[in-house]
Design a protein around this ligand. Sequence first.
Ligand code: KIV
Length: 322
Amino acid sequence: MLRAACMTTSPKTGKPGEIPGAAPDVTVPQPATITPLRRVTVPQLARFKREGQRIAMVTAYDATFARLVDEAGADVILVGDSLGMVMQGHPHTLEVTLEHMAYHARCVRRVVNRAHLVVDLPFMSYQVSPEQALVSAGRLVQEGGAEAVKLEGGARTVDAIRKIVAAGIPVMGHIGLTPQSVHEFGGFRVQARNEDGAERLRQDALALQDAGVYSLVLEGIPAALARQVSASLAIPTIGIGAGVDCDGQVLVMQDLLGLDDRFKPRFVKRYAELAGVVRGAFAQFVREVHDGRFPGEEHSFAGEAGGAAPISGGKPGGYGPG
Ligand code: KIV
């Protein structure tokens, strides 16, 4: 595949694209070599499905990580309402508001140059009426820079979807374990495990495709069912906890990076173990401040002639205008 062929070699180890902190079997493509600056679009995602090219989607909620995800070559970045859990510390996504989503979308929008940007419609921003759904979707486009919105639910959401799509805003569907319905499910549980549930899910998928969604997240359902549904649809499916035969896969960034070492559900693969690395770095900073080893001379300024110098040393990035 094109991506694999573009992997570079780590100068330190001689192994392809190896990075410190990554899980042992993980190779990481180097950004400059794999990301031709061609924006991923809705028609392109449809083509990926037709041509059998798998779609990689990752969540992001802030500029620092969104830039890295984009540079790594993700096809789609999702500003997910999972931010209620991983950014805000809630046990579910139900307290996230449209304002929260627009704020995080703006943070991400500023730095994403290549990936297709999808933003979640949060709980109660589209359920009241199709008109409410359209107004909410429009705000995420205008205020958050979304190229598409995602909403949860099956046949009961088709009127809202039709209304949004008719205004020219692409909609990504999401069925199976839909976190906004956590209380209806009695917890975060795998869905559609019996034949009745599976048949309902198949019908939901067809109803959403018919209503005009351009892609569909399948979350927390049996792999065999996800394979069947993916094969039956013309639009790409993106799985999370739905097996390998979806047209793409998505993971929440914090899970993928191992930033929460208490959370390791079966469907997550950690591509790095960053919780320990990050905690260790903080602990070392704290120790060095406490015992006076930081800052060293090399981190301090001398009172040289010539007036004020840029604090970043004139290098790109960092703080300050320009
Ligand atoms: O909110 C989210 O991050 C999501 C993905 C897990 C699909 O909906």
